[in-house]
Design a binder for this molecule. Structure first.
Ligand SMILES: NC(=O)c1ccc[n+]([C@@H]2O[C@H](COP(=O)([O-])OP(=O)(O)OC[C@H]3O[C@@H](n4cnc5c(N)ncnc54)[C@H](OP(=O)(O)O)[C@@H]3O)[C@@H](O)[C@H]2O)c1
Length: 275
């Protein structure tokens, strides 16, 4: 089996394009998705473009810790060592919902699920291996208010919930990179640009032609993820945040706060053990 690349959320948007390009680059692509029929359709689409590609679908609902455990188990059972783990899937819901495990859904999907997945597969990473977390520029606006994550009665602000989850992606990446120092495994995160995908509100997508060239299409939106996944230029680079032009940028002050990184790590470890 060729070098294995795992990626979450490939049914649409940036993840779909990234998977196709990984297949073109000769990787065995394992797509972790909650909607298996949709993922199979993407698989067939890629196979039509890249005949002979090795593409697999594993069911994984990142908003359910049990589903993440089952998916990690299936990956451990069915595949060899992993060269690349791309935590791409994400949501930005407009109303408050709680996950089956009792966590605010944006945080559960965008941070807790990927955190657990990464923990469960870390010892399966290849040497060298790369972990790529798709964060966002919105993390600069994020603050951590973990009470809101567990309190279903807390006032819900969709933008604050999304920004918090993306700040968590950067904090997670930096804490992970510190733990991986001295190993051949790297961890980086990125802002893909403002990309016209399902994630954006419908009204913003509808006026896309007016906003161009500010808004990127999905092909451009996948560029930084692919750069961090495949480019030789970033071999050995770790603990960095890249912008949509593939340039390493200083992350938010909060993201660089080691105490905050460790506080998030500690609470995430505790919460993912609860299911
Ligand atoms: N678009 C932008 O402007 C932008 C900007 C900054 C950062 N980002 C980040 O880029 C990443 C990709 O987003 P996108 O723009 O490509 O959005 P998208 O087109 O909405 O795709 C999101 C993907 O995540 C999957 N997903 C959602 N919830 C899931 C769950 N519980 N379990 C497993 N998969 C789940 C979706 O699958 P389903 O088909 O099952 O819904 C879909 O495949 C996200 O992390 C997002 O935060 C996007």
């Amino acid at each position: 089996m060729s070098s294995i690349a795992l990626i979450t959320g490939t049914t649409h948007g940036i993840g779909r394009v990234t998977s196709r390009e990984l297949a073109k680059a000769g990787r065995t692509v394992v797509m972790l998705c909650r909607d298996v029929p949709a993922a199979q359709r993407v698989r067939n689409e890629i196979l039509a473009m890249v005949p002979g590609a090795s593409i697999h679908v594993v069911e994984c609902d990142l908003a359910s810790l049990a589903s993440v455990r089952a998916a990690a188990g299936a990956v451990r059972r069915d595949f060899g060592r992993i060269s690349l783990l791309i935590n791409n899937a994400g949501i930005a819901p407009s109303r408050q919902q709680m996950s089956v495990d009792g966590f605010e859904l944006t945080f559960a999907t965008n941070h807790l699920g990927p955190f657990l997945l990464t923990q469960l597969l870390l010892d399966r990473m290849n040497s060298p291996g790369r972990i790529v977390n798709v964060a966002s520029r919105v993390h600069y606006r994020g603050t951590l208010d973990l009470n809101r994550v567990v309190n279903a009665k807390a006032r819900f602000n969709p933008m604050a919930a999304y920004a918090q989850s993306k700040l968590a992606n950067v904090l997670h990446t930096f804490a992970l990179a510190r733990r991986l120092t001295g190993t051949p495994i790297t961890a980086n995160c990125l802002h893909p640009g403002v990309v016209a995908t399902n994630l954006l509100p419908r009204w913003l997508r509808a006026i896309k032609p007016l906003l161009s060239p500010m808004m990127l299409d999905e092909e451009r939106g996948a560029k930084t993820t692919l750069y961090l996944a495949l480019s030789e230029v970033v071999t050995g680079a770790s603990g960095k945040y890249f912008d949509e032009n593939q340039i390493a940028q200083p992350a938010a002050e909060a993201a660089n706060n080691v105490l905050l990184q460790e506080a998030l790590w500690e609470v995430s470890e505790r919460w993912v053990k609860q299911d």
